[in-house]
Design a protein around this ligand. Sequence first.
Ligand code: SF4
Length: 317
Amino acid sequence: MEFDGDLPDAEQGTIVRLDEQPESIADVDHASGADPADDRGAHVPRYLSPSSSSMFQQCPRKWKHRYLDGYPDPPGEPALAGTFAHRVLELLLQEEPEARTRERARALARDVWPETAQNPEFVALALDDDAERAFRWRGWQAIEGLWAIEDPTSVEVTATEQDVRVTIDSVPFRGIIDRVDAEPDGLVIADYKSGRAPSERFAEDRLKQVLLYAAALTEVHGRRPVRARLLYLNQRIVEVGVTEANLGEAVGALRDTWETLLRSCEADTFEAHTGPLCAWCPFVAHCPEGRAEVEQRRLAGRVRADAPALTVLAAAS
Ligand code: SF4
């Protein structure tokens, strides 16, 4: 089906929530460079990306299943809609500033749509016409959500989708930065997010990823970006000034994760960190500890009815 522009105007339509899962799950990390094949080595990864680092911190067993075992982790509908929006915004911001209009975005969405429609992961969703329409609406809302947080005609872009591979404090690092902007006082890292914006309490944690990009870019250019920001489409911008102190903290955490990860690989031991996210873990079928955790939570009525792990448990019983 074509991206036929058959989308309700934002003013008229029902607002579709971009994030219908816990925020740490549905957050679409397009800047991770997460390619399992690239991240895997002979039991030692060739580099660490922000998403693989964050996954290892959350649960080393999950990281093993994803990056060493290569078990499938198909993106869900929100992630694929986010990827579609990212691609359109990447192309839009490559246009001359005055050409970055909603009309141009809509035309780009039509051009990009066949890529998404033919993507095997999208085909595997087997959406019917109504569900596909809702998917396109979700994607368009994310795209149009850029205007809710910034005026794209006033942004000076120096790079989009910049693939950065550097060694940071002895850690081989790779990240793909959505956008590097030039502002009067220096460079600014910008990363699109189509998941739910975090509360104040969790904002600092989310900013670690862009601080790592800032550290990587400092290695590349020899000068520190001035700010790093997360552009939560349709919601708000979460931003931090880049300082020597917060860069040092982010890099220190990356190094600690890398060292722990190397030790885990060497010993071939990967702890299972059980918790509420087990219910959303794509590898729960391979993880006895995770299954036990979900079962316990299910009995206590503490698992959402749409959590994918429930299907796995039902099939196993
Ligand atoms: S089910 Fe839970 S403990 Fe097991 S790998 Fe997934 S997140 Fe980790």
